[in-house]
Design a protein around this ligand. Structure first.
Ligand SMILES: NC(=O)c1ccc[n+]([C@@H]2O[C@H](COP(=O)([O-])OP(=O)(O)OC[C@H]3O[C@@H](n4cnc5c(N)ncnc54)[C@H](OP(=O)(O)O)[C@@H]3O)[C@@H](O)[C@H]2O)c1
Length: 279
C-alpha cells in the first residue's frame, strides 16, 4: 500500500510500549487509528495525543483473547472510521522462566494472545480487504521468532508461529494486492517489556544489540508501504546470527549462550519468579 493517507488501521496493544510508537508513526502518514488494548484510561491518553496530530482516532477496550471483544473492535472500527485497511497485530506478552519449573499454562496464555488472536483478527478482516483489493496485515513478532531463546520457550513458540503464519499467508495471497509483513525486533530500548526488565537489573546480552521503538515503528510503516514480507529490527549482530541459524541450526543455541542471551534471560527468569511469588 503506497498511499496510506486516509486509510484506517487497527493497532492492538496500543495502550503502552511499542504499539504507541507504531500508532503515532501511522498517524504521521495521515492514517486514522483504532487503538485496542485492555487498559482504557491509557488508551484514551494515547488517542488524545494522536487526534492532536490531525487524524481521527478511537480507543476501544479489547481483550484480544475474547471473541466478543474482537468482534466489537472490528464492528466499532468500521462503524466509526470505515473499512479496515491495515491491521497491526502488536499486542503481546512474554513469560520468562525455566521450562521445567514454569506452569504449562504459560503456553496457553502466550499462544492465545501472541498467536491465536492475530490469526482470528486476520481471519475477520481479510475477506473485506480481498473484496476491496486493498489492505495490509503486519504481525509484530520478535528475534525470538527466528532463534529459540533460553527461558522463553512459550514466547519463542508463539513468535515462530507468527512468523510461519505470515509467510504462509504471503505465499497463499502472493498475487493479491493485499500484503503481509512480519516485523522482528530485538531488544527495544525506552519502552516495553525488555526496557522494564532492564530497569530491574537484567542487562541485555553483552553483544546482543538494541533498537529504539521509533525505529520499530518506522520499519513497520515501511513494510506496509513496500509490502516487505519480513524485517528484523536491531543493531548488529542479530541479523547475522539469524542467517547463521538458518544455515546451520545446531549452531544457533551455542551462539546464543556465547553472546550472553542465556545469562540475560536467566536474570529475567529470576525477576519474573520473584514477581509471581509476590502476586
Ligand atoms: N519490547 C521489546 O523489546 C520487544 C522485542 C521484540 C518483540 N516485541 C513485541 O512487540 C510487541 C509489543 O511489546 P511491548 O514491549 O511494547 O510490550 P508491553 O509494553 O508489555 O505492551 C504490551 C501491549 O499489549 C497489550 N496487551 C497485552 N495483553 C493483551 C490482551 N490480552 N488483549 C489486548 N491487549 C493486550 C497491552 O495492553 P493492556 O495491558 O492494556 O491490555 C500493551 O498495550 C509484543 O508483541 C512483543 O512481543 C517486543
Amino acid at each position: 500500500m503506497q498511499h496510506l493517507a486516509g486509510s484506517v488501521a487497527i493497532v492492538t496493544g496500543a495502550s503502552r510500549g511499542i504499539g504507541v510508537n507504531i500508532a503515532r508513526a501511522l498517524a504521521e502518514r495521515g492514517v486514522h487509528l483504532s487503538l485496542a488494548a485492555r487498559s482504557l484510561d491509557e488508551l484514551e491518553q494515547v488517542r488524545a495525543g494522536i487526534e492532536a496530530m490531525g487524524v481521527r482516532a478511537i480507543a476501544i477496550r479489547c481483550d484480544v483473547t475474547s471473541a466478543e471483544d474482537r468482534a466489537e473492535l472490528i464492528r466499532r472500527t468500521e462503524d466509526e472510521l470505515g473499512p479496515v485497511d491495515i491491521l497491526v497485530n502488536n499486542a503481546g506478552i512474554e513469560r520468562i522462566g525455566s521450562f521445567d519449573r514454569s506452569p504449562v499454562s504459560d503456553f496457553a496464555d502466550t499462544l492465545a494472545i501472541n498467536l491465536e488472536a492475530p490469526i482470528h483478527l486476520t481471519h475477520a478482516v481479510l475477506p473485506g480487504m480481498l473484496d476491496r483489493q486493498r489492505g495490509h496485515v503486519v504481525n509484530i513478532a520478535s528475534g525470538a521468532g527466528k532463534a529459540g531463546v533460553p527461558y522463553g520457550t512459550s514466547y519463542s513458540t508463539s513468535k515462530f508461529g507468527l512468523v510461519g503464519f505470515t509467510h504462509a499467508l504471503k505465499a497463499e495471497y502472493l498475487h493479491s494486492p493485499v500484503g503481509f509483513s512480519v516485523v522482528c525486533p530485538g531488544f527495544v530500548t525506552e519502552v516495553g517489556m525488555y526496557h522494564r526488565w532492564a530497569e530491574q537489573g537484567a542487562k541485555g546480552p553483552r553483544i546482543g544489540g538494541t533498537c529504539s521503538p521509533d525505529k520499530v515503528a518506522k520499519v513497520t510503516v515501511r513494510c506496509i508501504e513496500r509490502n516487505t514480507l519480513e524485517a528484523t529490527v536491531n543493531t548488529p549482530p542479530l541479523r547475522p546470527l539469524i542467517v547463521l541459524g538458518a544455515i546451520a541450526p545446531s549452531l544457533s543455541p551455542r551462539i546464543l549462550h556465547w553472546m550472553g542471551y542465556a545469562k540475560t534471560f536467566a536474570k529475567v527468569a529470576d525477576i519474573e519468579a520473584d514477581r509471581r511469588n509476590s502476586d
